[in-house]
Design a protein around this ligand. Structure first.
Ligand code: PGA
Length: 243
């Protein structure tokens, strides 16, 4: 696991944006794995800026997002489908048919999980997967206790995740209780992974990720075993590390 230390959120976003642009340019048909949440918003803003400045085109890019809430349709402002359109896809020249997120309102969710997993497999490997990290070590919506051999599946969100994500909803009760998420095994099959973390609230999780043991009780810890994973942390997120 490579560790990259940067000053702050802006530097983290700029660093990640450069990696994504390089990855897009290095392949005829790049496949990106994308994340939602506050963490990658700056990255997406930087990518939009780079697109506007003619530094990158998304014409040949295919994307797969990590997860989606169960029960929220793509046009629901709290859905991750909506987030991705709003924060990135609507502002660049990506072909909408090349952008993929799980359908949180599929009538047969079990089948949706299988179909999503098959779609990733049929497209080929994800070249670069962007990740955030939950304060409990979740990646995607794979909560503590998830199996490292899990593939795309329906999961129940733990209370700390519902609490953390309630900031986007009018009431905590409005936060969906379940989600569809790529499994840890699916994530680990990406050729390259970049996990971003900024701010003091992530410092404890980052310490455990970098200095702790590999355990299903802390899902992100599996990244220690990925051949090409980079953890990008700002000063605040790095503040509890030994070195
Ligand atoms: P955040 O979420 O980027 O909004 O902090 C990260 C996560 O829960 O994976």
């Amino acid at each position: 696991m490579n560790i990259v230390k940067v000053k702050d959120y802006q530097e983290m976003s700029a660093w990640a944006s450069k990696q994504v642009i390089d990855k897009i340019k290095s392949s005829d048909q790049p496949v990106l794995g994308l994340a939602t949440g506050s963490t990658p918003e700056g990255l997406y803003q930087d990518l939009i800026e780079a697109y506007k400045n003619h530094q990158v085109s998304f014409k040949n890019v295919t994307t797969f997002n990590l997860d989606e809430y169960v029960g929220l349709a793509a046009d629901d402002p709290n859905s991750y489908n909506y987030f991705m359109n709003d924060k990135l896809f609507n502002h660049v020249d990506i072909d909408p048919s090349h952008t993929h997120l799980p359908n949180g309102v599929a009538t047969d969710l079990e089948q949706e999980c299988k179909d999503y997993e098959a779609l990733i497999k049929n497209t080929g490997q994800i070249d670069l997967q962007i990740l955030g990290i939950g304060i409990n070590g979740h990646i995607g919506f794979n909560e503590p206790g998830s199996s490292f051999s899990d593939r795309t599946q329906i999961v129940k969100l733990v209370d700390s995740t519902i609490e953390a994500n309630s900031r986007f909803f009018a009431h905590k009760e409005d936060v969906p209780t379940h989600a569809v998420t790529m499994g840890i095994k699916t994530i680990m099959e990406s050729k390259e992974i970049i996990l971003l973390a900024s701010g003091e609230s992530k410092a404890k999780a980052i310490k455990q990720l970098i200095e702790g043991e590999v355990t299903e009780d802390f899902p992100a810890s599996i990244l220690q075993q990925h051949p090409n994973a980079t953890i990008v942390i700002d000063n605040a997120a790095a503040s509890l590390l030994n070195a």
